[in-house]
Design a binder for this molecule. Structure first.
Ligand SMILES: [Zn+2]
Length: 315
């Protein structure tokens, strides 16, 4: 049973918003584009594994979590964690196509694509073992004695592992179910009560992604972020405020609530607070009262009064 089901990462949506608001010749344009590609591929791989797990009927009770961000010696993020009567099982998902070779000493994963491109990435087996260690520290800190297992899962049908490693269990996606079924042969060491307790501890300890605002995360000057209300139909930045609506000069769409996405973008990209002046600057709005109305309708908390009002997202 999924306690924390798959969700697309907010980070990805925020990076997509950022990219739309960076000029093509901005020095960080390529960095953000590449990171979007990696994150998107990762998300797709995780969604594939999630579908496998979601439709799975195991002969024992289990709790599953997608994307837990926990803290032990350092922060670590688990793609999937299963709590079962036999222990905790981490699944580290990789969505990589082509021929894959694990090398030893030093440990690496080499990817050869059909196009001839070669990538070298840190060994996911080493990464998994580090997560197992971090998770054992985490459970120690919470006085939870539990055995920890794990596997690296290659989610794409187009991945071919030519040379494997003995540092960790390596699986293709169709091997996930048989791998998990095998656990029932082990003695059960986690009671139902323990499972409930562990579930609560994990949910309470999960810390959401905190790399916002993204301009800071990517060291981009907020002034480099292109302003204006984004058209929900054609993506044009710079819709114009007209009486009761926002008008797109590019595709002529009228949308009275078009500002909403742009206010969200402001918080994800620029700053965690907004004043009336900043709102006018970002939405390219001249009317102070109009900005006040928008901020009042944006689900924000307000501190200060009159001209010194500052608005924040409700947490
Ligand atoms: Zn438009």
């Amino acid at each position: 049973m999924f306690i924390k089901p798959y969700t697309k990462s907010t980070h990805l949506e925020a990076m997509e918003m950022l990219l739309k608001r960076l000029s093509l010749d901005h020095p960080k344009h390529l960095t953000v584009t590449n990171q979007i590609g990696t994150t998107r591929a990762g998300d797709i791989g995780e969604e594939i594994v999630f579908r496998e797990l979601e439709n799975m009927h195991l002969p024992f009770k289990f709790y599953a979590f997608h994307k837990l961000l926990l803290h032990a010696e350092k922060s670590f993020e688990l793609d999937f964690l299963l709590i079962t009567p036999f222990g905790a099982i981490i699944l580290e998902v990789k969505n990589m196509i082509g021929i894959l070779e694990f090398t030893e000493n030093p440990s690496q994963l080499i990817q050869r694509k059909e196009t001839g491109d070669i990538n070298k990435i840190p060994c996911p087996a080493v990464q998994l073992n580090d997560y197992k260690y971090q998770l054992s520290q985490f459970f120690n800190d919470h006085n939870i004695p539990i055995q920890i297992f794990g596997a690296v899962v290659f989610a794409s049908r187009k991945s071919f592992v030519k040379t494997s490693t003995n540092k960790a269990q390596i699986l293709y996606r169709n091997e996930v179910r048989p791998f998990l079924r095998k656990f029932q042969k082990l003695p059960s060491t986690v009671t139902e009560q323990d499972m409930e307790k562990i579930k609560d501890v994990l949910l309470l300890s999960n810390t959401p992604f905190t790399h916002f605002p993204l301009s800071k995360h990517f060291s981009i000057q907020p002034k480099d972020i292109i302003r204006g209300v984004e058209c929900t139909r054609c993506g044009y930045l710079g819709m114009q405020k007209r009486n009761r609506t926002w008008y797109c000069p590019s595709c002529r769409k009228n949308d009275y609530s078009a500002y909403k996405n742009t206010v969200t973008s402001y918080f994800l990209l620029c700053k965690d607070t907004i004043t009336n002046k900043e709102c006018r600057e970002f939405l390219l709005l001249s009317n102070r009262h109009e900005a006040k109305r928008i901020l009042a309708n944006s689900n924000l908390t307000k501190t200060g009064s009159h001209k010194s009002s500052v608005y924040k997202l409700i947490e």
